[in-house]
Write a protein that binds this ligand. Sequence first.
Ligand code: DGY
Length: 323
Amino acid sequence: MTKPRILVARAVFPETIALLEQHFEVEHNQADEIWSRADLLARIRDKAGAFTTGGERIDAELLAAAPGLRICANMAVGYNNFDVPAMTQRGVLATNTPDVLTETTADFGFALLMATARRISESEHFLRAGKWNKWAYDMFAGSDIHGSTLGILGMGRIGRGIARRGAHGFGMNVIYHNRSRLAPDLEAACKARYVAKEEMLKTADHLVLVLPYSKESHHAIGAAELKQMKATATLVNIARGGIVDDGALAQALRDKTIAAAGIDVFEGEPKVHPDLLTVPNVVLTPHIASATVPTRMAMAKLAADNLVGFLVNGKPVTPINPE
Ligand code: DGY
């Protein structure tokens, strides 16, 4: 029997390729070239499945170019690279990798919050540049984390993980805003209080963004929102680029409208808004919130299991759209 053909769009663990090759004829990209759109469309033409990693746009144009495509398995929990309605209309299954990255990503959100509030990057650059020649009472004095007010915008699994760390680990007063209010038991588990977005902007000492990207969340934090925040506040974005207006953020950091920011995701990444690169009070990381070896292995395995589950056994593990 001929094996279904699949495309793996970016380099992944050799173990993942080996697992997929047990079931499929695999066209992979272990050289990790960045394929042009035309190249991607040509390669996906004869495939039944695609292993994607978040950067490949799966839309009506691509679906039209791949008449035999039945599933796209994203190795990411976020799936704003998928046009889900277009996929559903064409009968193409979309899957993602929820749960396996929750705690790792929440750890990173907290790490970025701490690095931002305690000015870790800025002070390390100062030391490496050989500028440390005396003690000073205000040298890299940042803001406290323990006992402060933590605001979380987007209260899914990762948001709740950050809330638990803040409330139970650091005695923070946790407030959140979300499309809908959590059930009382979930609120109690992370000791979080639901507030309006405006109240959160005005009262949070540290604001962490963990909401999915959509047309509605595009530039949810722009100049107007930054102005409402405390001058001593920090902002952390581990959600998606495009949720923050990066140009407005750079200006707010320069003007000290807010104290500092930690940013892991960027609009148009891997390009970074040039103004962000010139302000000192921002910690910048290259979209690595889920990047630990065990978690990336679990994400790759789950994406592969979705392809095998659906194309071989007829049952995906973590589908997004109805079959
Ligand atoms: C996700 O899973 O959506 C992350 O952003 C990718 O690492």
